[in-house]
Design a protein around this ligand. Structure first.
Ligand code: SAM
Length: 203
């Protein structure tokens, strides 16, 4: 096997592994299958990676969004990816040796980032399930993430919800969405959270 066949085999293997992990931890995983390449490309394109600075990925799974960032031309050395599942984190380290993969909790960034806790990011890409959190906790979490962004930076989120998973916080951040990406199961939008009044639009 080589080239396209090899990639197809890896994708099938990842889908099976993802599904088996979902059976054991449905709430932590939040999806039965990895996001499609089209959905991940939309996510990467909506993220404010043109700003000079490091990029933070939360909940990379087996690396589909990580790959989309690299395909967009983001230098792997700019990327820090935080994944809770130890097996997924180990696979990410093998697949993306130049990416800073941290096995840790995206809901406790001070602890997870350790000495780098004060770092500011150009963009934060989030795929961690947050449906278990009440709305005020989601907003508080995002307000904390916004404090970690460089000026003009945004947060992009993968979510199948039909309304914004996190409501805007006046004076802190606004929310908009990409068009629906139909080539994903289920079809879904990328949610884009930008500093209040910035008017950044979906790609
Ligand atoms: C819906 S999957 C998304 C995976 C991949 N980004 C994709 O789009 O296919 C959510 C991922 O977030 C991880 N995760 C869940 N809770 C987390 C947490 N608190 N911190 C970091 N990662 C977490 C899960 O292990 C899983 O890999």
């Amino acid at each position: 096997m080589h080239g396209r066949d090899e990639r197809a085999g890896e994708n099938r293997g990842d889908a099976l592994r993802f599904f088996k992990t979902w059976l054991r931890h449905p709430l932590k995983l939040g999806a039965v299958a990895p996001s499609s390449a089209a959905y991940c490309a939309t996510m990467a394109n909506c993220a404010s990676t043109e700003i000079d600075g490091p990029v933070l990925e939360l909940g990379p799974g087996l690396g589909v969004v990580t790959k989309a960032l690299l395909d967009k031309g983001v230098d792997p050395k700019r990327i820090t990816s935080i994944e809770y599942d130890p097996g997924f984190a180990a696979t990410l380290k093998d697949r993306f040796p130049a990416v800073n993969v941290i096995r840790g909790d995206a809901f406790d960034l001070d602890r997870t980032l350790g000495e780098r806790r004060g770092e500011k990011f150009a963009a934060i890409l989030l795929a961690v399930p947050i449906v278990g959190l009440p709305q005020d906790k989601r907003q508080a979490l995002f307000a904390d993430y916004f404090r970690r962004l460089l000026p003009g930076g945004n947060i992009t989120q993968l979510s199948y919800l039909v309304t914004a998973p996190v409501k805007p916080v006046p004076g802190v951040f606004d929310v908009s969405a990409s068009p629906v990406v139909w080539d994903n199961i289920p079809p879904a939008r990328v949610w884009i959270y930008a500093p209040a009044k910035s008017g950044r639009m979906a790609a």
